[in-house]
Design a protein around this ligand. Sequence first.
Ligand code: PEP
Ligand code: MG
Length: 564
Amino acid sequence: MTADVGAGELLGRGVSAGLVCAPVLHLVSTAPEAGAGAPESSDQAATPEERLARAVSALDAVAQDMQQRAAAAPPAAVEVLEMTAQLARDPALASAAAVHVDRGLTAEAAVELAVEEFCTQLAGLGGYLAERDADLHDVRDRAVAHLRGVAQPSVPAPGYPFVLVARDLSPADTATLGDSEVVGILTEEGGPTSHTAILARSLGLPAIVGCPGATALAEGATVVLDGATGRVDVEPDEARRDEVRRALDAPAGPAATGPGRTRDGHHVGLLANIGTVADAERASGYDAEGVGLFRTEFLFLNRADRPGVDEQTAIYTQVLELFAGRPVTVRTLDAGSDKPIAYLPLPREDNPALGVRGYRVAALDRSHLVDQLTALARAQRATGARVRVMAPMISTAEEAAAFAETARAAGLDEVGVMIEVPAAALRAADLLDLVDFVSIGTNDLAQYTFAADRMVSGLGDLLDPWQPALLDLVAAVTSAAQAAGKPVGVCGEAASDPLLAAVLTGLGVTSLSMAPPALQAVRDQLTRLSLTMCREIASTARSATSAVAARRAALDLATSAAPV
Ligand code: PEP
Ligand code: MG
């Protein structure tokens, strides 16, 4: 991406609004490069049991360190630090390390490999859990530092305000930011639900994540960082510095709250993505209008037996109660491909992403779907909640019709389908004849539009939701939904990018569902632009011929429409 951004400028994802002009300093990383190499001299003579004991005690030291930091950390950091401590103490991590020491590897190498295996599993679960990847890597770096007896990464303390730059920030790094001289955060990696984003918002620090080129910035270079748009001006000229000074001197308006609205009052629902009861607990405290995506596969993964109707009813009831008075959109089981279910007799496939997954699993044995819908209908009756149910990976009108019939027969009356396959986007009108709403899963829609496996990290450019072809498919769906007079949501990662949220709004999307920590930045962005501006920005983005150019053009238009 850096190749295409203008000289002296970087573009990332703004996750905490605010403007700052300051020099950059890099996070001091003394963590060693971990490597699964040959046994080290200290380990060479050790038995597997001794090596495992070293690995476990290093992981435990990390857990204790996190807990100590949690005791002195600001409230928003406490939970993440405790969760990271739990990750470090997870018995599954120690068991994985045991396998590797038995194979003759050092304690360091065993910790590294065990963490990588964990990360792969979490990546398969998507969304919030996938982003715990950074926490696990931090656990790894700190555990390896312990094993090698070297210092841990730390935030600089130069005696003047600065923008902190890092590849990514861990909970331990971010926990101490409140008392530091950091006035802005810029990371090369990370997403809207990373700790960097969560903590930055809670501390009111402007922040940009996922910014290619950030770590290559010269130490001490002055930047203007705009956390609302994701733009970083490197060594800005005097005019730009003046502009920023004036903007900073102007009195700030109150932060936006409540339902999503554009500057001229057009409503766009702001909803939460959740995957577990614990997620629902966390999400219920956010300013969200409801749940736009409850990924129910967490109920089915990592267990040997099938959950019964009663067990499912109890869990759905808990989630519905947590969101009492707010609609909850529940997605039926999205199994297969990267989400294998132990007790489902799925065939071995060469291309599982193109195989029996999502709604197609119901064709093997419909009783799973019927059980799930029955449990949901019972939970709905027990709570009086508004339940919207939708099926993943619908490709044809026949599938939509069969799902709608089964869901309605179970007693659920608000029925929708996810649009994640280009065929469904192209024939959205046919689907909308059969269901009450559609929700676009941009993660899979990008995967299938670009024939690019979403699990392959090297294909990120093709999977970029700013790809104009993806925007064209979203536009095809929104125009069908408008013609049908039915709601169309977006619940893939695209919804959590504030600038892209404006584009989606301009395209006619009626609700945006995202990991809750991303809600405020999206809400703020919408309030800066009118619906007409969002439409202009959307049409400009669609006219571009690359994802980078689409984002660039959208940013230019958004900043000229709502200058800082
Ligand atoms: C999507 O594909 O965009 C989506 C929301 O579903 P998941 O990420 O769970 O596959
Ligand atoms: Mg999907």
